[in-house]
Ligand binder design. Sequence first.
Ligand code: CAA
Length: 240
Amino acid sequence: MARVAIVTGGTRGIGRAICEALRSDGLTVVANYAGNDDKARAFTEETGIAAYKWDVGDHAASLAGCEQVTAEVGPVDVLVNNAGITRDGTLLKMSFEDWYDVMRINLGGCFNMAKACFPGMKERGWGRIVNIGSINGQAGQYGQVNYAAAKSGIHGFTKALAQEGARFGITVNAIAPGYIDTDMVAAVPANVLEKIVARIPVGRLGHAEEIARGVSFLASEDGGFVTGSTLSINGGQHMY
Ligand code: CAA
């Protein structure tokens, strides 16, 4: 039986590329999404991959959503915590809501989804958790105290959970993408983005598929000895 993978924030951007890569690897893939029904409908029509709607920042909704996926598709073997938002602004201009929403969704989402999926992985003696961090969680970024803190938290979360999962056959790793040509990066003001791209040694934005290839490896059987690691895919922008 094919292993089952769930990709949060899976209907757009990097998440969509991850869904498609895991599906080509032979997994049964489902995507989770929180907001954009039209995009999710189009995603399912175009890819044939089912999309389930809930907010990963909501603990009870995440437990219920994963229970529904387990009942309808099968127990989750591979969890990709990809869902994330930005609410950029300097500290002076950042509201508590902007801080809290990013922490709740980006970092809290990893906790909520791991709580839902880890026990079943433990029971079956096999699991893969891949958390999408960020270059900005490694290096910091002007205007992102919320996002950088949440992503940095994801890197710590990964290393802690990797230690807990190892004896149950569960690997836990992170990928730290750099600037990738998604809607999220397109929202950065053009003059700011231009300066950021000028600092990328490879000389361009990354592609979502380039992140997905990394997830594909970490989620595979071959990735069994890799745990607690962070794979930086950033065009050389930050060597860490
Ligand atoms: N370092 C030092 N100073 C900086 C700076 C930097 N990196 N960037 C801007 N400044 C300075 C500016 O020069 C300006 O100074 P002056 O007033 O003296 O000219 C001052 O800070 C104010 O800058 P802004 O005009 O940019 O301030 P703003 O409030 O209008 O905008 C901002 C702030 C919204 C954070 C904007 O700078 C911005 O969008 N920055 C990009 C943030 C970013 O990279 N987000 C990534 C999103 S994608 C993502 O997160 C995915 C991923 O994982 C990589």
